[in-house]
Design a protein. Structure first.
Length: 114
C-alpha cells in the first residue's frame, strides 16, 4: 500500500486464491474494501457465502454468476449484488477482469500479499 490514501497496482501484490483466480486487494477503509480479480478461462469460484455484502462489476470477459440459485451470464459493464449470507459462485467462461467491493471489509483479504 502506498503512504496515506493511495494504493498502486505495484504495491498491491497479486495472490492466486484458487487455481486460475488471482486477487489484488486495493483501497480499504474500516467500512469498505475494493478488490480486482483476474479469472482465467474455466476457473471456478465454488459456492460459498460470507457475512460481507459484495457488489461487483465485470470489466472484461464473460462470467457466469449464480446468486441465491439464480444463474446469469455477466458481460462487460454488467454488475451484481450479493447480500451477506447468500450462497453464490462464479465460472469464468473466458478470461475475466472483475472489480468487487466488500462491506465490511473481508479480514481474510487484508493480510495476504501485503
Amino acid at each position: 500500500m502506498a503512504d496515506g490514501y493511495f494504493v498502486t497496482s505495484v504495491s498491491a501484490g497479486q495472490v492466486e486464491m484458487l487455481p486460475g483466480i488471482h486477487r489484488r486487494t486495493m483501497g480499504t477503509t474500516d467500512e469498505a474494501m475494493l478488490c480486482e480479480f483476474f479469472l482465467e478461462r474455466g476457473a471456478v469460484v465454488p459456492e460459498h457465502s460470507h457475512k460481507n455484502d459484495q457488489v461487483g462489476y465485470v470489466v472484461s470477459g464473460r462470467l457466469e454468476m449464480t446468486i441465491g440459485g439464480e444463474v446469469y451470464v455477466c458481460l462487460p459493464g454488467d454488475s451484481y449484488a450479493v447480500p451477506g449470507g447468500i450462497l453464490h459462485s462464479a465460472h469464468a467462461l473466458v478470461d475475466c477482469v472483475v472489480i468487487d467491493s466488500f462491506s465490511p471489509p473481508r479480514d481474510d483479504y487484508r493480510t495476504e500479499a501485503r
